[in-house]
Design a protein around this ligand. Structure first.
Ligand code: CUA
Length: 309
């Protein structure tokens, strides 16, 4: 596997980079420390009860069996309820990003009610501003999870779940589908890119434009292959062909760090391999293989797609 990210630093709930992940991390720490203290206390009480036969049995039952558990469990319950409340709180001023799970990729629409800018397999967010993810599914149950940034939320066919997230650090974080959804479930990843707020605004404005023009004869030929091979039935490229929504939007495909939803490095070679034999590169993917294309056609269409940045 040719992952573009360091798995241990970019997908760890133990190095939080978001409000939700931070709250979950703190609660985990509190629970772990509390469990250790409770364990030591209970062991101490058992030892004391063993040694001290003078204290009446009823005292041990009321103190160790009722008072101590009620006080500690109530405190921990209040702590976890407050955390849960913080995690599930929405924000009506938040930027809305719609993410739809598909076998085995992510359809991403920024500001679906006004701008409706489509992209795929990468999610950009501004640091310090709340973002409400509207999470849906086009086929089976998936689950949206970026462990470093927030808790996870299921994507269920026929309904929309909301998850409000605030990134606290800039960086690239790995997200992973967290619900078994078929053969390539473990290969259904994405990157969440948290940019400083002003950089994010520029990035979003950039996304509004159409795809980059083909600048050389080879790239123009690649564009011709794309149109003639029927790729447009499933893939949209703004300024080239619209309407295809079955597969990922490819308007900025070359700008993505990875190919195949977090699987492979984005480059012409991997793109050509993907188009020629997608089943080999991602088992169970819905896209057909285009192994009937000639070598030059394959090379040109891959180079053209990579040029779309
Ligand atoms: Cu999608 Cu697992």
């Amino acid at each position: 596997m040719n992952s573009t990210l360091d798995m241990f630093n970019s997908q760890s709930a133990l190095s939080p980079a978001g409000v939700g992940a931070g709250a979950t991390h703190d609660l985990t720490l509190i629970m772990t420390i509390a469990a250790a203290v409770i364990f030591v206390t209970v062991m101490g009480l058992i030892w004391a009860a063993w040694r001290n036969t003078a204290t009446p049995r009823a005292w041990w039952i009321w103190t160790g069996g009722v008072v101590v558990p009620v006080v500690t469990l109530t405190a921990l319950f209040i702590g976890s309820t407050l955390t849960l409340q913080a995690l599930t709180q929405g924000d009506k001023d938040a930027l809305v990003i719609e993410v739809t799970g598909n076998q085995f990729w992510w359809d991403v629409v920024y500001d679906p009610d006004t701008l409706a800018l489509r992209d795929a397999n990468e999610v950009f967010v501004p640091v310090g501003r709340p973002v409400t993810f509207r999470l849906a599914s086009a086929d089976v149950i998936h689950s949206f999870w970026v462990p470093s940034v927030a808790g996870k939320m299921d994507m269920i066919p026929g309904r929309v779940n909301e998850l409000t997230v605030t990134a606290t650090k800039a960086g690239r974080f790995r997200g992973q589908c967290a619900e078994f959804c078929g053969l390539s479930h473990p290969l259904m990843a994405f990157e969440l890119v948290a940019l400083p707020a002003e950089e994010f605004d520029i990035w979003l404005r950039d996304l509004e434009g159409e795809a980059r023009d083909a600048a050389t004869p080879a790239l123009l030929d690649g564009r011709r292959v794309f149109l003639e091979a029927g790729c447009v039935a499933c893939h949209e490229i703004r300024g080239v062909a619209t309407g295809g929504r079955l597969g990922p939007d490819l308007t900025r495909v070359g700008a993505r760090a990875s190919l195949g939803a977090g699987m492979w490095r984005m480059n012409t070679g991997n793109l050509a391999g993907w188009i020629a034999d997608v089943g080999d590169m991602k088992p169970g993917a819905q896209m057909p293989s285009y192994n009937h294309l000639s070598g030059p056609d394959l090379r040109n269409v891959a180079a053209w797609l990579e040029s779309l940045q």
